[in-house]
Design a protein around this ligand. Structure first.
Ligand SMILES: Nc1nc2c(ncn2[C@@H]2O[C@H](COP(=O)(O)OP(=O)(O)OP(=O)(O)O)[C@@H](O)[C@H]2O)c(=O)[nH]1
Ligand SMILES: [Mg+2]
Length: 363
């Protein structure tokens, strides 16, 4: 195993703490289509042949081809993957890593740009892979709802096969902000999104703390996030670790390998494809999710339930109450049992009827 950039036509890596360089587009495959042929007005799309594919290590190319062929055998010619996560966790770096181009702007950690979501599609033979990169989900210490709403708009028109929920491996706790992110994602996009989600942990080339193995360190980070997300997802998300740095250790085939020997990129792609064959694509369904229309669809149901409740429960209770306790003139009324009172009432009624009769006879 070695280190360095040989073997791949590497993107220029923006290491943490480095100055942001003016972003330059990689020559070659992509044609930027800003404004034309967009999925939506507020997303940029870049579509092109995957000409840089040949720059991947040969072994990686083999895994990608075999994996895409599996989908083609099932009649699937496209795979759409959306990346989601807080700011600076490595979403754009992961996009660049997977397509093998320095396409998406990568910022030093802590410096965020509120960009539009960008869809990058690369076609290899009959197969097209689309990656949708999104801006970070947090502004200051608040959730960036506008990003989530834009994602909802995208997913209304473009079914998403797999969502990559990206976070960093080298953070050891699940914060209150993380929990808020999971809650808001579930509220605004619908908890069903998690059925299509894979947990992706960047910064995978990490030394475990003393007394812990690499596998234990990864497991504890994964379990922490899985636990917090499962409150909404109902299940534990599958996970994959990735190292986006070009300085990562490599195997004999020049592929980046994690400290536990996992060949990171092919492993990520295989997990993505596996998940895409297990779950129906995620499509945003407006019912009950947007704050404006939230629960409106329930109104007729609630009205129906109220009618049934009145008919089967409330009316019956009132009737029962009347039978046992009597209403104003019911059988349990005190006066009702008073013989004198009853005969007095009877007399009054007789007198009333007699007068009515006389009135009718004109007397
Ligand atoms: N060492 C290492 N650095 C990484 C890795 N992934 C990303 N980085 C660095 O982390 C910083 C942020 O990466 P980005 O890809 O811009 O993160 P992002 O999630 O797209 O950020 P926003 O778009 O601002 O939300 C950059 O300095 C990257 O170079 C990784 O796997 N390993
Ligand atoms: Mg980014």
């Amino acid at each position: 195993m070695g280190r360095g950039t040989e073997g791949e036509n590497e993107e220029e890596w923006v290491e943490e703490g480095e100055e942001i360089e003016e972003y330059e587009e990689e020559g070659g495959s992509g044609r930027s289509q800003t404004g034309a042929g967009l999925l939506l007005a507020d997303i940029e799309q870049d579509v092109g042949e995957w000409t840089t594919f040949k720059h991947f290590p040969v072994a990686t190319q083999g895994v990608f081809q075999t994996t895409f062929n599996k989908l083609l055998d099932q009649g699937r010619t496209e795979l759409t993957v959306l990346l989601l996560g807080k700011n600076g966790v490595g979403k754009s770096s992961t996009v660049n890593h997977v397509i093998g181009e320095r396409k998406q702007k990568v910022n030093p950690y802590g410096v965020s740009t509120i960009d539009k979501p960008t869809a990058i599609s690369r076609t290899l033979g009959e197969f097209t892979l689309t990656l949708i990169d999104t801006p970070g989900l947090v502004i200051g210490d608040r959730i960036h709802e506008a990003t989530l709403n834009t994602i909802a708009d995208i997913a209304k028109e473009q079914p998403i096969d797999v969502v990559l929920y990206v976070d960093r491996l080298d953070i050891y706790d699940v914060s209150a902000l993380d929990k808020e992110v999971f809650e808001e994602v579930s509220r605004l996009l619908g908890a069903e999104l998690w059925s299509n989600a894979l947990l992706v942990l960047t910064h995978g080339e990490l030394e475990p703390p003393k007394g812990e193995t690499y596998a234990e360190m990864v497991a504890s980070r994964v379990e922490g996030l899985q636990g917090a997300i499962s409150k909404y997802a109902g299940t534990k998300l599958e996970s994959a670790v990735i190292e986006n740095s070009s300085k990562c250790a490599r195997n004999w085939s020049s592929e980046r390998v994690l400290p536990d020997g996992t060949v990171a990129l092919p492993n990520l792609l295989q997990k993505i494809v596996e998940l895409s064959t297990q779950a129906q694509p995620y499509e945003y369904d407006t019912r009950g999710k947007s704050p404006d229309s939230k629960n409106k669809w329930m109104i007729p149901l609630v009205f129906g339930a109220q009618l049934l409740l009145k008919h089967f429960v409330f009316d019956k209770c009132v009737k029962k109450w009347d039978i046992y306790h009597g209403d104003e003139w019911g059988p349990k009324q005190k006066e009702y049992k008073d013989e004198k009172y009853i005969s007095k009432m009877k007399e009054a009624k007789k007198e009333y009827l007699r007068r009515q009769k006389l009135k009718q006879e004109g007397k």
